[in-house]
Design a binder for this molecule. Structure first.
Ligand code: SAH
Length: 347
């Protein structure tokens, strides 16, 4: 019989599981705290549970694990990139970055990705599988343990499309923010999507305090469809309609990611068009110099062009920042480390 993935259970799910086993409710709380506050990796460590119960739990449950397969530390700014490995040998990446206000961790939500964005290294090998809530939590717990730092914010911007793994991501967030767990406020979490409109509406219903980021990367359907296949299914009007509704319903400002690719989406006309599209929705635009991926011939825009692009947005009253680049010496573009490890060409 397959063992139950106890570390993936939210507290209500763990309570239901304990009830099925004929255990009192407070046992669920104890186990939950062992797993998520003390981050125990065996039932043996749960010393306030009777020995017989520990033995039974070990027979019917597994505690999902993670190991560090590779670790790269930037000589420039200390940014740390982890290549993690799970029990089945699959690997994903997380990146730990230091900001003024603390440490931020970028985590993966899937092994690979099926969204097919042309500029992204994560998608080159397709999707292997989605991560469980426990596996996403393990990315966070292990980075905290290995670095000895308190992680104060989390971005779901590593490998994978979070809204393509909706239920597991929701359980992950519930456990992460639970007062009985790490107790990390969702105000310090950003979820980035390439624009799965159905998922945005589902997320809206949850009324979470997290920041929603949309990977837009284009000012119109013509350009977006060339670089992001998801745009064929959910064209920009539909996507931005969902974003307006999301802002209206939740009051949370939406952040738009825009990777500038030379000669593709970085002209002053593009900036004007983008400004018109984003008017009146409290949008914040995050401009990113595209990270070159060897298999693709995209080049990043020059600093001058990026600055010009930003100015035009600001003239149109759209707030825009240029993302500070961290870890440029350690291959920090998402998906590249995993791909190289699997025998692809190195960048
Ligand atoms: N699937 C989600 C989250 C993972 S990608 C999404 O699409 O939002 C995280 C961010 O990195 C996205 O904004 C993505 O478009 C961007 N990205 C991917 N490849 C990039 C590259 N080569 N240069 C700059 N940004 C890139």
């Amino acid at each position: 019989m397959e063992k139950a993935d106890i570390k993936s259970m939210t507290l209500p799910k763990l309570e239901a599981f304990c009830a099925q086993q004929g255990l009192a409710k407070f046992r669920a709380q104890q186990i939950f705290q062992w797993l998520h506050q003390k981050q125990a990796d065996s039932f043996e460590q749960m010393t306030n549970l009777p020995a017989s119960l520990r033995k039974t739990l070990a027979e019917i449950c597994e505690i999902s694990g993670i190991s560090i397969r590779r670790k790269l530390v930037s000589q420039i700014d200390g940014t740390t990139k982890y290549l993690y490995e799970f029990a089945d040998g699959q690997t994903v990446e997380s990146v730990l970055m230091q900001y003024q206000h603390g440490y931020s961790l970028c985590i993966s939500t899937q092994v690979g990705c099926r969204m097919g964005c042309r500029f992204c290294a994560s998608t080159l090998l397709g999707l292997e599988r989605s991560l469980t809530p426990a596996e996403m939590l393990n990315e966070v717990y292990m980075a905290g343990k290995d670095s000895g730092q308190k992680i104060s914010s989390i971005v779901l911007m590593g490998i994978g499309e979070p809204l393509d793994n909706f239920d597991n991501v929701m359980d992950f967030l519930e456990i992460l923010s639970s007062p009985q767990g790490l107790n990390l406020s969702l105000r310090h979490v950003s979820l980035s999507t390439c624009g799965l409109v159905d998922g945005i509406y589902r997320l809206m219903e949850k009324k979470l305090q997290l920041t929603l980021s949309i990977s837009l990367h284009a000012p119109n359907d013509e350009i977006r469809s060339q670089t992001m296949p998801v745009n064929h299914k959910y064209p920009m009007d539909e996507l931005l309609g969902a974003c307006r509704e999301y802002f209206k319903q939740t009051g949370r400002r939406i952040s738009f990611e825009y990777a500038l690719i030379e000669g593709v989406n970085d002209t002053p006309e593009c900036a004007q068009q983008l400004s018109q599209k984003l008017k009146g929705m409290g949008a914040h635009v995050n401009l990113i110099p595209v990270n070159p991926v060897k298999e693709r011939d995209y080049r990043r825009s020059s600093r001058d062009r990026i600055r010009r692009f930003q100015q035009i947005l600001e003239q149109n009253h759209i707030t825009a920042t240029v993302r500070r680049e961290l870890g440029s010496d350690i291959n920090a573009a998402c998906g590249q480390l995993r791909r190289d490890d699997k025998g692809g060409r190195s960048c």
